[in-house]
Design a protein around this ligand. Structure first.
Ligand SMILES: Cc1cc2nc3c(=O)[nH]c(=O)nc-3n(C[C@H](O)[C@H](O)[C@H](O)COP(=O)(O)OP(=O)(O)OC[C@H]3O[C@@H](n4cnc5c(N)ncnc54)[C@H](O)[C@@H]3O)c2cc1C
Length: 450
């Protein structure tokens, strides 16, 4: 592991080499050559689930700042900015019905291609990423500028000045941070609240994720499905479908919502293997074309969709959280990674200021928390709200039963309410920019004194 070097203004430990950790590192290396970055990753190698991921224009604006737009475009499928991307259909009926087009523009990627591209651009990647290092906890001095000690499951340890936790929804960094805050709380009630708020909860959703190789489809179907940037709505169920990897695969994410499960602790493994046939059975009564496509999924996985509650802070002392460790959300805005990328961009911009040193970095991380937390938590909220629309539980569909929905025959204007709600929820992703927040963060960081 890298040792302290005098020329480094800060030594930053990034815990977790998922996409949040990689992008943060890219931004840190780009903007802060005098900051030493080490990534500690529990796995023995980088890996991502075989599935797709979408990026909205607000996120694209930031990612291109990393300087490899052309390479990103080469691995992207989907609209390059000119044409509407997603069209909503109603899918839980004998024949799918166009519900409404949207103006949402998205680039879509194969996750592992995107991750490989990010990793490829990390300078000195072999020295920077330390594999097989699962953090168990860290020990931070109560005050001052002393080293933070990182303890790993394999019995080894390392030191740093700053800990950035990008270790996902089950974050060990978050656990340690909130446990330390609970120990320091004024009374037992406050301590219990801090311990409880940092525990993930089940959203009530299971998502069946799988890729369909286009090659294996009939010629007719092939030509059709590679144009499917579609979301299929149904009662308490919905499917997101788009081509990835230059149309080699169709990404299918098929959701089943159990209202009683929402907010409970998920009892069982979060990820398990499932057969394509078992998934098709859950979507009985849906358009046969959708069912045929589903049957082609290779090795689908069933994921319990868990999320975090609204954390009261993303930072404590010289430790901060980002990505799913900070704001794991339901995927109904396709924005968990996008928000992680925004976190990394803003955080790295703040830490790039040369007046930010070990003595004031805790204040710098408070600026990150102040700027990023309200925004990301609003997206968490809007993601849940989108789920309600996509599962036909709002927008005029509240009283329609699953049986009625399966019969179909709905007038076109029945979709107006859902269409309007979704458009208002998604406006930020299409029309706003993170640059104002970045500028405000920079202004505040520049005012920090040692
Ligand atoms: C079905 C579905 C569809 C989605 N679609 C989209 C989409 O289209 N667009 C979008 O923006 N988002 C989407 N998301 C959300 C997105 O996948 C996540 O928000 C994002 O991948 C989180 O990245 P992360 O790096 O924060 O966490 P993770 O990907 O969970 O990475 C955490 C990393 O930390 C490592 N780690 C864990 N614990 C430790 C430890 N103790 N010590 C060291 N390392 C550790 C892990 O091995 C892992 O590498 C979707 C999510 C789902 C479930």
């Amino acid at each position: 592991m890298s040792s302290s070097q005098p020329q480094n203004r800060l030594r930053v430990a990034v815990i977790g080499g998922g996409m949040a950790g990689l992008v943060l590192t890219l931004f840190l290396q780009k903007h802060s050559p005098d900051v030493q970055v080490d990534i500690y990753e529990s796995a023995q190698a980088l890996s991502e689930v075989g599935a797709g991921i979408a990026m909205w224009p607000r996120v694209w604006e930031i990612v291109v700042q990393l300087g490899f737009e052309e390479e990103l475009n080469e691995i992207a499928s989907g609209s390059a900015g000119e044409k509407p991307s997603f069209t909503y259909y109603k899918g839980d009926q004998p024949e799918m019905q166009v519900a409404f087009p949207t103006k949402y523009l998205a680039r879509t990627f194969h996750r592992s291609q995107l991750q490989t591209l990010f990793a490829k651009h990390i300078q000195n990647v072999d020295q920077v990423i330390h594999f097989g290092k699962r953090l168990s906890d860290y020990v931070a001095p109560a005050s001052g500028t002393g080293e933070i000690i990182l303890n790993f499951r394999d019995g080894t340890s390392a030191t740093c000045d700053v800990v950035l936790g990008s270790d996902g929804i089950r974050s060990a960094v978050r656990h340690t941070m909130y446990e330390d805050m609970a120990k320091a709380a004024s009374d037992e009630k406050a301590a219990a609240e801090l311990r409880q708020v940092s525990v993930p909860i089940w959203s009530g959703n299971i998502v069946y994720r799988g890729l369909v190789p286009v090659e294996g489809l009939s010629e007719d179907m092939k030509a059709d499905v590679v144009t499917w940037n579609r979301a299929f709505l149904g009662k308490n169920q919905h499917i997101v479908c788009y081509p990835i990897a230059q149309n080699k695969f169709i990404n299918l994410a098929s959701f089943v919502f159990t209202p009683e499960g929402e907010g409970t602790q998920y009892d069982g493994p979060w990820v398990s293997h499932v057969s394509a046939e078992a998934v098709v059975e859950k979507f009985g009564g849906w358009d046969p074309l959708i069912q045929t496509l589903m049957k082609g999924m290779c090795d689908p996985l069933a994921w319990a969709v868990n999320r975090l509650k609204k954390l009261p802070t993303f930072s404590s002392g010289r430790v901060a959280l980002l990505g799913d460790a900070a704001h794991a959300m339901t995927p109904f805005q396709a924005s968990g990674l996008g928000q992680a990328i925004e976190d990394g961009f803003v955080l790295a911009s703040i830490l790039s200021q040369t007046n930010v040193t070990v003595s004031n970095v805790a204040s710098a991380l408070k600026i990150y928390d102040k700027i990023r937390r309200p925004f990301a938590q609003n997206i968490q909220r809007l993601s849940d709200a989108n789920g309600q629309c996509q599962h036909l539980r709002q927008g005029g569909w509240e009283d329609v039963t699953a049986e009625e929905s399966l019969r179909g025959g709905f007038a076109q204007d029945r979709f107006d309410g859902v269409s309007e709600l979704l458009a208002s929820h998604m406006k930020w992703a299409q029309e706003s920019s993170v640059m104002d927040d970045r500028d405000e963060a920079l202004r505040m960081a520049k005012e920090l004194t040692a």
